[in-house]
Design a protein around this ligand. Structure first.
Ligand code: 5AD
Ligand code: SF4
Length: 440
């Protein structure tokens, strides 16, 4: 009988797709996915270390696993991902119930490490080997999935002053375009309609390897039959070039939404962060995208309370938010990460001041999110169905091409994953509607 693995994923989409790959890899060690920790023989935490909060969550999950492991002989605990990469030795020391610690470049080794652990041999493999052989394992996707993530690169060379990513994921490595295209074709064959291309900095795809450029990759993917929707994440505003901006106007399959993290609206803070663009550069790119593709949706990441941020710097961030009027945004209090430059910058912003800035920023964004959602009422929008709605089994849910989440009443005679929905109402975060009667 196959054994069962339960994977808990923390952090970003990179980790999500890595977890999906780990499931495929573990099939070779005779493991299938468990639906809960209770039925698992192996629990794997795929960890994140982007902010301090993530660290804390993982520590508490590890504490619970100590009890779980002592409940039955032979249960195994593995820890992978960014925190494992950063704190491997310390983790193994502080949590002796962990059998396997493996880093972001050691994913392909997982089946071997699990076999060793089954024979009571613990492992810790966290060397930055530059190994990308895990890319060969197709990420597990549930049957009937309409959307799938495709890794196009790993790592980051930017070393933004606050960011731990280059230290835990290593230098940028791009995946050969032939492999990416093969994966996209096989997803199309499985009935997937949307691919989300993943990388820490997708706009610099292929530069180091002399591969085709990112816009050239997009054009090739758009030629794969059966993929009506293409998205990508994450873009660095400095590296988003004219050619890619123009593609939003020319390429129907490229969804009219971009996640373009600005981080701050103050040039002084952007320079201290080492972002390589000014507020003006950023806003010009937003305008060019809007001109090329009217109705384009935007989302962003913000950091408040970066060392040295004054009230007036923060107000400039609010004013960028006002100017762009993002459809959605993620915002965070600066969290000093060990080993990054910003961790030793002077001018720490007191926690209360940073907290109050975060609340102001988030309440402004809430207004904009509501406004952008309300603007959809009365329109017909194409929705890619993800499955039944969590709040009402008679409804389906999915996303518009501009990435808004919709719950809707389907037309009973209709099938297929792309549906045209009349939007009737908008809430704080989602849209609601109904599918029109079949036309023609
Ligand atoms: N503190 C707070 N936020 C951070 N981010 C990255 N590093 C930090 C940090 N040290 C945020 C950035 C990034 C997002 C993924 O996480 O906004 O875009
Ligand atoms: Fe971190 Fe900057 Fe790289 Fe993004 S671009 S992963 S913020 S170093």
């Amino acid at each position: 009988m196959p054994k069962r693995v339960y994977i808990e994923t923390f952090g970003c989409q990179m980790n999500e797709v890595d977890s999906a790959r780990m499931i495929s890899l573990l099939e070779s060690a005779d493991y299938r996915q468990a639906n809960s920790i209770a039925e698992a023989d192996l629990v794997l935490l795929n960890t994140c270390s982007i902010r301090e909060k993530a660290d804390q969550k993982i520590r508490s999950a590890l504490g619970e696993l100590r009890r779980w492991k002592s409940g039955r002989k032979g249960r195994l605990v593995a820890v992978g991902g960014c925190l494992a990469q950063q704190q491997g030795a310390r983790l193994a020391e502080k949590a002796p119930h962990v059998d396997i610690v493996f880093g972001t470049h050691n994913i392909a080794r997982l089946p071997d490490l699990v076999r060793r652990a089954e024979n009571a041999i613990p492992s810790m493999e966290i060397d930055f080997s530059g190994d990308t052989s895990h890319w060969d394992a197709p990420p597990y996707i549930p049957s009937g999935a309409s959307s799938a993530m495709v890794t196009i690169m790993q790592g980051c060379d930017n070393f933004c002053a606050y960011c731990i990513v280059p230290y835990v994921r290593g230098r940028e490595i791009s995946r050969p375009s032939g492999e990416i295209l093969d994966e996209v074709r096989s997803l199309a064959d499985r009935g997937v309609s949307e691919v989300i291309l993943l990388g820490q900095n997708v706009n610099s795809y292929g530069r180091k390897e002399g591969e085709i450029t990112f816009p050239a990759l997009l054009r090739r993917i758009a030629r794969v039959p059966g993929i009506p929707r293409i998205r990508f994440v994450t873009s660095h505003p400095r590296d988003l070039d004219r050619e890619t901006i123009d593609l939003f106007g020319d390429m129907e399959a490229l969804c009219p939404h971009i996640h373009l993290p600005v981080q701050s609206g103050s040039d002084r803070i952007l320079a201290a962060m080492g972002r390589g663009y000014t507020r003006k550069d950023y806003l010009e790119k937003i305008s060019a995208l809007r001109r090329g593709r009217p109705g384009m949706a935007f989302s962003s990441d913000f950091i408040v309370g970066f060392p040295g941020e004054t009230e007036s710097d923060f107000e400039e961030t609010l004013s960028v938010m006002e100017e762009v009027r993002y459809d959605s945004a993620f915002s965070f209090k600066f969290s000093p990460r060990p080993g990054t430059r910003a961790a030793s910058f002077a001018g720490a912003v007191p926690t209360e001041a940073a907290g109050s800035r975060l609340r102001r920023l988030q309440s402004l964004q809430d207004e904009h999110t509501r406004e952008r959602l309300a603007a959809c009422i009365g329109r017909e929008m194409d929705v890619l169905v993800e499955g039944p709605s969590a709040r009402d089994a008679s409804q389906l849910c999915g996303r518009t091409s501009c990435h808004k989440f919709v719950n809707f009443y389907p037309e009973k005679t209709r099938t297929g994953s792309l549906r045209t929905v009349a939007i009737r109402s908008a809430g704080a975060h989602t849209l609601s509607g109904a599918e029109g009667a079949p036309r023609g």
